[in-house]
Design a protein around this ligand. Sequence first.
Ligand code: MN
Ligand code: MN
Length: 472
Amino acid sequence: MSKKAEKNGIESLARELLISRKNGFFDVTDEKIKKADDFCEDYKKFLDESKTERECVAYTVRLAEKNGFVPFDSTAKYKAGDKVYYNNRGKSLILAVIGKEGCKDGVRIAAAHIDSPRLDLKPYPLYEANDLALFKTHYYGGIKKYQWTALPLAMHGRIVRKDGSYIDVRIGEEEGEPQFCVTDLLPHLGTEQMTKTLAKAIEGENLNVLIGSRPVRTEDGAGEKLFKLNVMKILNEKYGITEEDLVSSEIEFVPAFKARDLGFDRSMIGAYGHDDRVCAYPSLEAALNCKAPTHTVMAVLADKEEVGSDGNTGLNSSFMKYFIEDLADMEGLNVRDVLTKSKCLSADVGAAFDPTYSSVYEANNSCYLNNGVSVMKYTGSRGKSGTSEASAEFMAEVRNLFCKNDVLWQTGELGKVDAGGGGTVAMYIANLNVDVVDVGVPVLSMHSPMEVISKLDVYMTYKGIKAFFEAK
Ligand code: MN
Ligand code: MN
């Protein structure tokens, strides 16, 4: 055998036996890339319209109704291909398409979350100090507090008056509207601050939002709380509310900029709230475009994931189980039999390998931008705690499904062993005795005001979820 032939033999053996780890971009056609770019144009619109869980539910309901979905009625009879949605308190949503086989062999679930880290108002937020008017906030979810200062913020949310009437507010997103910010210390006076750790330099209690600097005008400038009063006067004229109405409000301050293409090649999107709308959007699009599936499919958009999924709009509550129970009852089935045969893609973001911070990743077991939807067997921290680990059998099933449907996919862990970690909704669904695996889009700068994802990965996540919904 010539040296060359031997080399060829080894090369073909390597091709046969070893995983090829070239960048996934080389595995897709120009046509697919075009499709991914087009898909992401609507995703950017969705992001800009859905900066809070309430806005996301409202936008998705409008989209769903346009696509023939109707409110779920637990007393109705449904047939294959019927499309329904269940709106849980305006903050979480289930879209379902009834399958030809119904749910006798379980349902197919894609579960993503639509809450993101942000600054919430405290119950008594409004105060004045040294001739400025400010709002006190209580941050929501895991943030690096220093990232939230000196950043344009918009105010979103709902204020409910004592009589139950409400107004939805959204200030700072449109051209010409005022914005807000949390101030930071000038470097000139930051000598002591600069010696503190990142965790301590900006304290949670100091994330105060600047909202005004002019007092109500009085004859002689004398009077109590004139700066605070001026803000309340403006809010009262605009919304008909008093300070006490803020006690029954849900106001969220979020980054005020819009989703934008990132990079000279426009291959990425920089935006607030990719985690986890970047998986919610592919999940809901897969449901909207799913025609007459074999098994009943559900896209679940949940609230409260960023604070541990507790609460009646989070997936540690029973709302999804009750919905499946209603479906089961309609077919005369026992919900526990349906759950036991059900399968779920827990669609949440992964930590993309970042060469600038390579020391916290293990390069061989990390997800990379443009390598497709990431399939993660487990997440968690401290020796796989706080996670549900998918079985080898279910991993094989999903891997096979993605390969058969031309879905570019990769696998990885969330950083090095013991570097940190995190969880998803996977375990709450797995705890109902459902087969679950984590899938999702790799993100750079996760939980920061501007997270980064690759357009190709968003599209591949959509293709993956769609294939899962349409599987026999
Ligand atoms: Mn997430
Ligand atoms: Mn998160």
